[in-house]
Design a protein around this ligand. Structure first.
Ligand code: PBG
Length: 327
């Protein structure tokens, strides 16, 4: 061994480790996904996501204020409607739960945070797919696009700063951009779920939004085997006007996050999805993992892979830990 090769010198105490640390996670990097359910007076726990709830309109407002004071970078809202139909009417209706909740939160926290809205029909359709169906039951890309355009305008009108199309329809970013520009919302940004895999890790989310889906989303979400295809999706979304791009899920796709971060000239987000949350919470509940260390390690890894922004259900708690660590 060469005596000069001693990497441990730079690990010998906390001060030197802090000095040479390459990756940081700050509260502002974290975005909190939040669920709001129509017609409930109290928050409803989500059994497969311990610690996460479907908010009532009231509890959502309070939780949004708490998240903003914790210093998180933004909020991503999902609506759980009381009624669903074949075309997901509740998504474009100004009185639909997601649009109402956006107005509630905008009135409460205004421009103190970045308010984002999931732009997808799956929570609002009675069949649970992300778009409308053809006569043969397959998802009709182009008819769905028209509804996404209307949904984007409804969300922008309700106060969303950023819309997040998550349905993986071809051309969705371009159509949404045109609809927003045509209606005076050229300042509303698009966070494109450019790279979204058909993943088993969305399982608990489907409980969280009472998903009606039978079957799968493999005709529109990506095959977990495909990495190069992710870059093609990103190129298309950038050409159509995406302001930010996202990779989802995060932890099983860190190579994809890295590759996207190398080519994209816009901010890159990664979504640590429901299943990633639940599996760690389950291990923690069994006493098998240390919660805070595990969560912070995952967030650091996602940042190290190249994500500028991380969507995570731990955003508020992690922001608290990060603040305490600095104090
Ligand atoms: C679709 C959507 C999904 C998620 C975010 N947006 C579910 C899906 O594609 O089945 C998953 C988020 C998570 O698992 O945390 N609107």
């Amino acid at each position: 061994m060469y005596p000069s090769h001693r990497p441990r010198r730079l690990r010998r105490n906390a001060a030197v480790r802090r000095l040479v640390s390459e990756t940081s996670v700050e509260p502002r990097h974290l975005v909190l996904p939040m669920f709001v359910r129509e017609g409930v007076g109290e928050p409803v726990p989500i059994p497969s996501m311990p610690g996460v709830v479907q908010h009532s309109r009231d509890s959502l407002r309070k939780a949004a204020v708490d998240a903003v004071s914790a210093g998180v970078g933004g909020l991503m809202l999902y609506g759980v409607p009381a009624q669903r139909d074949a075309v997901g009417s509740g998504a474009v209706d100004p009185d639909g739960i997601l649009n109402v909740a956006l107005r509630d939160v905008a009135a409460e926290v205004g421009d103190d945070t970045v308010l984002m809205a999931d732009l997808c029909l799956d929570e609002f359709t009675d069949h649970g797919h992300c778009g409308v169906l053809d006569d043969d039951g397959s998802v009709d890309n182009d008819r769905t696009l028209q509804l996404y355009g209307e949904m984007a305008v409804a969300q922008a009108q309700s106060g969303a700063h950023v819309v997040g199309p998550s349905g993986m329809m071809d051309g969705q970013v371009g159509v949404i951009r045109e609809s927003l520009d045509a209606t005076g919302f050229s300042d509303t940004s698009i966070l494109a779920y450019s790279v979204k895999y058909a993943s088993a890790f969305y399982g608990p989310f489907r409980d969280a939004v009472d998903s009606q889906l039978k079957g799968d989303r493999k005709t529109y979400q990506q095959d977990p085997a495909n990495g190069r295809e992710a870059l093609r999706e990103v190129d298309l979304d950038l050409a159509e006007g995406a302001d930010l791009v996202m990779v989802k899920p995060a932890m099983s796709y860190l190579d994809v996050v890295r590759n996207v971060a190398e080519v994209a000239d816009v901010p890159v987000a990664a979504y640590q999805v429901s299943g990633e949350y639940s599996m760690i919470e389950a291990a923690v509940a069994n006493g098998w993992l240390d919660r805070q260390r595990t969560v912070l390690e995952t967030l650091t890894s996602i940042r190290r892979a190249g994500a500028d922004i991380v969507l995570t259900y731990w955003a508020v708690e992690a922001a608290g830990w990060l603040r305490d660590a600095r104090a």
